[in-house]
Write a protein that binds this ligand. Structure first.
Ligand code: Y12
Ligand code: CO
Length: 178
């Protein structure tokens, strides 16, 4: 089932997500619905809070060299914890909860992460390049942090102006089709 994406400035995105304790069918259903939602919306990463579930779960599905998003490469991370971080890199990020806006954001170049899979098994991953960026972006969501929070004051002001325009246009489109 495709779920609704919670969009900025909805306050739910600012909630700190809670540790997952039950690795049950409800969790598996949510992860499957998150995958369907992410694919439908052309995303490569999604945190549970973005579909209004305040639990520490996220999914990432990066495209391969041919640009294909293969479900076999889907990464599901439950209760992730960064155990090592190094380096510095800038990458242009976007977020399904902040449509139409993309900006260069500074992240760690490499991260090591401990997490659990959907069955509660403990795993470790050493990530670099786009995967390291996606993990940091999605893990920020678990603590109510959005990539726009990392913008300079001037850039954030510009973003707020541009985003209001997007919201106005969206509202007008909805009015016309009602
Ligand atoms: C690098 C940087 C950021 C991430 C986090 C995951 N972000 C996304 O998956 C963002 C996807 C996105 C997709 C959109 O839709 C299309 O492009 C068709 C989109 O749409 C609009 O802005 C209209 C916005 C964001 C991982 C790795
Ligand atoms: Co995001």
């Amino acid at each position: 089932m495709v779920l609704d994406i919670v969009e900025y400035p909805d306050k739910r995105l600012r909630k700190k997500s809670q540790e997952v304790k039950n690795f049950d069918l409800d969790l598996h259903r949510l992860l499957d619905d998150m995958y369907e939602t992410m694919m439908q919306e052309s995303g490569i990463g999604l945190a549970a809070i973005q579909v209004a579930e305040p639990i520490r779960a996220l999914i990432i599905n990066l495209p391969d060299e041919e640009g294909n998003q293969d479900r076999e490469n889907l990464l599901e991370m439950i209760n992730p914890v960064i155990t090592h971080k190094e380096g510095e890199v800038f990458y242009q990020e976007g977020c399904l909860s902040v449509p139409t806006f993309y900006e260069d954001i500074k992240r760690f170049e490499k991260v090591n992460v401990n997490f659990q899979d959907r069955f509660g098994n403990t795993k470790t991953i050493e990530a670099d390049e786009l995967l390291a960026i996606a993990i940091q972006h999605e893990m920020d969501h678990l603590d109510g942090i959005l990539f726009i929070d990392k913008l300079s004051y001037a850039r954030r002001k510009k973003f707020e102006k541009e985003y209001k325009k997007y919201q106005r246009e969206k509202k007008n489109k909805q009015k016309k089709s009602a």
